[in-house]
Design a protein around this ligand. Sequence first.
Ligand SMILES: Nc1ncnc2c1ncn2[C@@H]1O[C@H](COP(=O)(O)OP(=O)(O)OP(=O)(O)O)[C@@H](O)[C@H]1O
Ligand SMILES: [Mg+2]
Length: 242
Amino acid sequence: MKVITFAKHKGGVGATTLAWGVASVWAEHHRTLIWDFDPQCSLSLAVAGDCQVSGYDILSGQKLITEGIHDALPAYGPNLKIIAASNLLANLDIETASRFDRGHIVADLLGDLRGFDLVVLDTPPAQNSILSIGPLAAADYALLPCSTDDASSQQVPRFQQTLEMVQKRLRPELTWLPIAANLYQHTQIMDRQVLSNLRENYRVFQAVVPKRVSIREEMAACRPCTNEEIRKLAAEILEEIK
Ligand SMILES: Nc1ncnc2c1ncn2[C@@H]1O[C@H](COP(=O)(O)OP(=O)(O)OP(=O)(O)O)[C@@H](O)[C@H]1O
Ligand SMILES: [Mg+2]
């Protein structure tokens, strides 16, 4: 079982969209679990609609992890399962403040899990929250989506610091995957410049996901992703982690 956390260095870079797309492509051939840590719940709604038990119930110790694993909507096929988010996740930082093991809560829960090939953890924009750090501390791989604009690319060094902190204190074996470039508009000079700068300074996947309404529409319609670049990205990630 390989655990990949879709990490955040900035809001709105398309992390949840890529997590949805990549997981839905992987689920064609692999037993795939999504765990949504974002109190906004957008990934959960796109993949499963309403769920009885949420990740909040699991993280707060009221339910077992196995009780929180739900089938995805039928369109995604039988291989995709999800642990859904809940608005209550927003309380978790305060509720776990005195727990000495808070950094390892997610890792401990996933450690007991069997029956999946790939686990995708989607994190919220809050960077120093347990909802972001916990999933990184539970992961084998951190994937950083980055939109091809200055504001997003300038924040990558800050993510690097977070990653090094997690590696040093919580998860030495955490590996940083190449950056996944998203929301690319190749007609824009600035997008081309930012992509070229990213490639000069970091490893970046060859697949670059364009800004396309069709991607938003598919996710909003709760259907698996058919976008060619996201499919290529899903394949490249598998190649990287095999
Ligand atoms: N490749 C794309 N083409 C078109 N729209 C996209 C693409 N990627 C993301 N979007 C849109 O951009 C917005 C932000 O995307 P998303 O919610 O995936 O980002 P995020 O990084 O997860 O945001 P948050 O910080 O709230 O977690 C959404 O409206 C989404 O539909
Ligand atoms: Mg998101």
